[in-house]
Design a protein around this ligand. Sequence first.
Ligand SMILES: Nc1ncnc2c1ncn2[C@@H]1O[C@H](COP(=O)(O)OP(=O)(O)O)[C@@H](O)[C@H]1O
Ligand SMILES: [Mg+2]
Length: 299
Amino acid sequence: MSNAVPVVETSLHNLQLVQRGKVRDVYKIDEDHLLIVATDRLSAFDCVLPTAIERKGEVLTALSEFWFKRLRHIVPHHLISTKLEEMPNVIRHEVTNLAGRSMYVRRTHVFPVECVVRGYLAGSGWKDYQRTGGVCGHRLQEGLREADELPEPIFTPATKAATGHDENISEAEMTHFVGAEVTRFLRDAALQLYKEAAGYARRRGIIIADTKFEFGQDRDGHILLIDEVLTPDSSRFWPADQYQPGRAQRSFDKQFVRDYLETLQWDKQPPAPPLPPAVAATTTTRYLEAYRMLTGSEL
Ligand SMILES: Nc1ncnc2c1ncn2[C@@H]1O[C@H](COP(=O)(O)OP(=O)(O)O)[C@@H](O)[C@H]1O
Ligand SMILES: [Mg+2]
């Protein structure tokens, strides 16, 4: 199901575009349904690159579908179908060349919180620990190194910033946004989803160091897992065979891109420079490899 050309941006004229995110173009089908198209856009150092990564949107879509199905005993999800033949006619006529990267989903009212779970000390968690001895208010033992596994995964929510960086908040602060009952529900669901997925991935050679879930509520009040799940874009994936705490870990998918960008004089402000074809091709291979390792099948 390979698309010959990378998809940088979609424009489906008969559908209403409601949002162009960093990676996904979201169309409203009706009050209760959306079409979410994962493009091949890639962001690095928080900038969307001008070079697209062929097949990346297919990998994100197929991997999310894999996890939605595998984890649905924990919490129900928004995905109705990724198959064009199972979508309404209005969509089918528009997206014939977007097979494999389109998700027909239940539209929800999105909770304004990123439900982050961390099993390892990395990124802003590592920075926080060095400064405070804990992460987002969770006290941790002394002497942990960068990338060390935590004794127990922790829930570290963040606000969904409309622009720029998300801001970490405590569980108590989260209750101001969604209430105490929903906070508890989302925390327990997120921790359970992470534990189950991370255990599975670890047995297949990938460490999921941390990840971010989003949840929403449908018209009937049901809480659904939405957006994308446990992809290299929403998570830190590390190759387990190269894991070595005490330093920054190589990222499974974007390392070649980051290494290449570090060789340039670029100040990491937009616009980002294009990638050489070889760097883009290697990145495609890495995304496909993550999919194969996790699911055991070829995309
Ligand atoms: N079922 C859903 N109902 C409503 N909104 C959703 C649903 N699933 C995903 N979304 C929203 O669609 C957008 C996906 O686009 P994406 O490119 O991931 O955006 P971002 O740049 O914010 O990460 C996100 O804003 C997400 O909250
Ligand atoms: Mg997103």
